[in-house]
Write a protein of this length. Structure first.
Length: 131
């Protein structure tokens, strides 16, 4: 992703994808606060770092954004598989100067084949700016 002088990036620990079973759910909340003079279009990707169990096609994400300034809550995406999230990303829309938004990543599985039950994988979730 392009970097900007006013962009600060953090690496933070998230959800553990260990022992995944059918109908598993998990969530993770993070935030983005901008001080850019112009609106920034934000995109999110799932980076598959280790997936020997090939869980990326069975794990899904739904993203909700809450504007902490107004309280408005918006479901940004329907369920995306981690594979699709990795390939295409999810556009989170424009963030204006002084926006303070909470991003909720809700993770889920449907039925998992028995061979996938109890498996583990590692993923990184990235947020960047579209130019």
């Amino acid at each position: 992703f392009p970097s900007h002088d006013n962009t600060k990036a953090n690496e933070i620990n998230g959800v553990s994808f260990d022992g995944i079973v059918s109908n598993w759910t998990g969530s993770y909340t993070t935030g983005i606060k901008t001080d850019s003079e112009k609106p920034l279009q934000i995109i999110s990707y799932c980076s598959i770092t280790e997936d020997k169990a090939n869980l990326a096609k069975f794990l899904y994400v739904q993203i909700t954004i809450i504007d902490k300034n107004t309280g408005l809550e918006v479901l940004v995406s329907d369920s995306y598989s981690f594979e699709k999230w990795n390939e295409k990303g999810i556009n989170l829309g424009y963030f204006d100067k002084n926006d303070n938004k909470e991003i909720i990543l809700f993770f889920l599985t449907n039925e998992l084949p028995k061979s996938k039950q109890g498996q583990s994988s590692n993923f990184d979730f990235e947020f960047g700016i579209l130019e």
